[in-house]
Design a binder for this molecule. Structure first.
Ligand SMILES: Cc1cc2nc3c(=O)[nH]c(=O)nc-3n(C[C@H](O)[C@H](O)[C@H](O)COP(=O)(O)OP(=O)(O)OC[C@H]3O[C@@H](n4cnc5c(N)ncnc54)[C@H](O)[C@@H]3O)c2cc1C
Length: 286
């Protein structure tokens, strides 16, 4: 029996594990993917205190090294079910774990485009992570879908790798500076309605305006959806799926806490994810 099980090894989950371990709590940290979470998808981070400029994967590695240095129990397993009663029961494919308290630190994921067959293209030309996948499109033509801050940031990153980049957005205006980048073409007030493939890979997209744009890759920035399906049954999310917590990061279900990008909050940043992780442990101990 653990004191606390933390689901998610992003900045928020890892910080809470560090604080829990240093308070001598028996803690288990679980992640279905890589330690560092979203950090593994980020290029440069210039606003995290203590680092003038650090790459996301490097900060992820530092966090992982800290977990190992502190001998924190962790396992790379996907949590498929949780039950919270007098005690917490957490199920992965091969194991069942028990704890007194549980912290959901599962972050959020990119929202899909909602085009027919879109799911099939993930890993075959469709991506939401320029840092992870940009290099596969070196000297090729790609599209970035969306014109929010993140889409622009990712487009600028990709423009240094690819041959030509189209920004396709439903919006009618866009920041004029982006138009000055030589290999970027902006297509306003339009959207992708169909993806065409050749040899099992993306070859072009057809827009609502009937234009055909020849691209080998599509990077989608359509917003995010929280990874909160594990707690859907507890009715503790808002209409967008973010987990609702009180000032102690506790949900209305006793012993069930949530932190980081999966919760409803004002600022979704690394520094607030870390702060959530520190504060939740303090509150659980209280
Ligand atoms: C493109 C982009 C750029 C950004 N740039 C910056 C920046 O420059 N500065 C800044 O401060 N912030 C930035 N942010 C925000 C920042 O990355 C996030 O706020 C922060 O990483 C959130 O951390 P987290 O721990 O809440 O979630 P995450 O890092 O998303 O971690 C969640 C973890 O939970 C795991 N998980 C999910 N479901 C399960 C399950 N069922 N079982 C097991 N594990 C599971 C996932 O695998 C993941 O590792 C950026 C975000 C994006 C998308």
């Amino acid at each position: 029996m653990y004191d606390i099980i933390i689901i998610g090894m992003g900045m928020s989950g890892i910080t809470s594990a560090i604080y829990a371990q240093r308070k001598n709590l028996k803690v288990l940290l679980l992640d279905k993917s890589m330690p560092g979470g979203m950090l593994n998808n980020l290029d440069k981070i210039a606003n995290y205190p203590g680092y003038i400029d650090i790459k996301g994967p490097d900060l992820a590695l530092n966090l992982f090294n800290q977990i190992k240095a502190l001998n924190i129990n962790y396992a790379l397993e996907e949590v498929i079910d949780i039950t919270v009663n007098d005690k917490v029961v957490v199920k992965t494919k091969n194991h069942t774990y028990e704890a007194l308290d549980i912290i959901l630190a599962t972050g959020k994921k990119a929202k899909p485009l909602v085009i027919e067959g879109e799911k099939d293209y993930f890993g075959r030309g469709l991506s939401s992570c320029a840092v992870c996948d940009g290099y596969f499109y070196k000297d090729k033509d790609v599209a970035v879908v969306g014109s929010n801050k993140l889409a622009i940031r990712e487009a600028l990153y990709l423009s240094n790798i690819v041959h030509k980049l189209y920004i396709i957005t439903k919006e009618k205006t866009i920041n004029d500076d982006i138009k000055k980048v030589e290999n970027i073409e902006v297509i306003l007030d339009d959207e992708i309605v169909k993806i065409k493939e050749k040899d099992n890979l993306i070859d072009s997209v057809i827009l609502k305006s009937s234009k055909t744009i020849p691209v080998k890759g599509i990077f989608v920035y359509n917003g995010f959806i929280p990874n909160s399906s594990l707690v859907e049954k507890y009715n503790i999310t808002n209409e967008a799926g973010f987990v609702m917590v009180d000032n102690n990061y506790e949900t209305k279900i006793p012993h069930l806490y949530a932190i980081g990008d999966v919760i409803k909050k004002d600022v979704y940043q690394l520094v607030t994810a870390a702060a959530d992780g520190a504060k939740v442990i303090n509150n659980i101990i209280k």
